[in-house]
Ligand binder design. Structure first.
Ligand code: GDP
Length: 335
């Protein structure tokens, strides 16, 4: 009986995986077709020129040599959730660079691959932000304002960051400034209990800025290093929310404002971040759920469009699943 069930389940899983694979392949083909039509490209005709000059040490690439490869790269970027404008800009830049230099004839493909990675890394370069050093060098308490849409992982990220900072010897206190959702206060309280962190909360509907203010005072009187302020995230376009967040910003004067967004929000991630940035001038990002199906390409768009650093990525649901962001790692995943 048990074996029969096991067999049925395994058949089901196999069928399901095949279906997912088929759907992905179909989507890839459709995307390819869409780009081909849009650009009037005929990728099958753009076969790379064979490197004739086997005896030459260096060769100059022609556009036809790399058009197929660039086309595939652009597809990979799009599939990994890099937005269209950014993917095109990256590929144009790579093309420009590859056509402008001499390539070692013997090892052309390795050279090209390395150039692609280098260019992407360069395009993603932002100002470095080392949170631990910032906290070390700042007056106590260090105040972190967390912003972002609901469900992106703000509460979990606050817990993860607290766990990480504890390892570096920093104590934290939390402000439950999302007073719009009763559930969010409860959720924060659950994590606070597990991590043995003090949580400052008022009742549902209270003034979020007042909660944050109280948390700062509590930190001062108890000599706590870091104040983490959770905020509401209902509809990022909602004007009331933006006004509410601006008020917290004015009252608290945070040392850093971190936008928490989820990797598979794709194009939305950049739009959401832009709106928050316009109203509140974000300092850095934490991108969550990189462990899911998302390849993380949206982080490339985010960095390129907003020119601000991603400081951590969320890689799972447990407290230890917060890793420093490494652009190279994301690039490897994509290409
Ligand atoms: P908030 O509404 O922004 O506070 O979001 P929550 O912190 O409640 O997170 C929403 C859901 O996402 C929860 O089920 C979290 O466990 C989950 N979550 C948060 N970060 C990650 C992550 O990095 N990876 C995964 N797989 N899940 C995450």
């Amino acid at each position: 009986m048990f074996d029969l069930l096991k067999k049925k389940l395994s058949n089901f899983v196999e069928k399901f995986s095949n279906k997912v694979r088929e759907t992905k392949d179909k989507a890839r083909e459709e995307k390819k077709e869409e780009i081909v039509q849009k650009r009037e490209l005929k990728p099958e005709l753009k076969v790379a020129r064979k490197v004739k000059a086997v005896f030459k040490k260096e060769i100059r690439l022609k556009e036809a040599d790399i058009s197929n490869m660039l086309f595939e790269l652009e597809l990979s970027l799009l599939e990994a959730d890099v937005n269209e404008h950014v993917a095109k800009t990256f590929c144009d830049e790579i093309k420009k660079r590859l056509l402008s230099e001499k390539v070692p004839a013997k090892d052309a493909s390795t050279f090209i691959k390395e150039r692609i990675k280098e260019t992407l890394k360069e395009l993603m370069r932002t100002e470095k932000l080392d949170l631990i050093t910032m906290i070390k060098n700042s007056e106590k308490p260090f105040k972190i304002l967390f912003l972002g849409p609901n469900g992106a992982g703000k509460t979990t990220t606050i817990a993860k960051l607290t766990f990480l900072l504890k390892k570096h010897g920093f104590s934290s206190i939390w402000a439950a400034s999302d007073t719009f959702r009763a559930a969010s206060i409860e959720q924060l309280a659950e994590h606070a209990k597990k991590l043995n962190v003090r949580l400052i909360k008022h009742t549902y509907g209270a003034d979020p800025a007042a909660v944050a203010y109280d948390a700062i005072n509590a930190a001062k009187s108890s000599n706590i290093d870091v104040v983490m302020i959770d905020t509401a995230g209902r509809q990022e376009t909602n004007r009331n929310l933006i006004e509410e967040l601006r008020k917290i910003d004015r009252v608290v004067k945070p040392n850093i404002k971190i936008f928490v967004g989820e990797a598979f929000a794709g194009k939305n991630l950049v739009e959401q971040a832009k709106q928050f940035d316009k109203a509140l001038n974000i300092d850095a990002f934490i991108i969550t759920k990189i462990d899911t199906d998302a390849k993380g390409g949206s982080t490339l768009s985010l960095i390129y469009e907003l020119k601000k650093p991603v400081i951590f990525i969320g890689t799972g649901q447990s407290y230890a699943d917060l890793k420093p962001f490494d652009a190279e790692e994301i690039i490897e995943r994509i290409i």
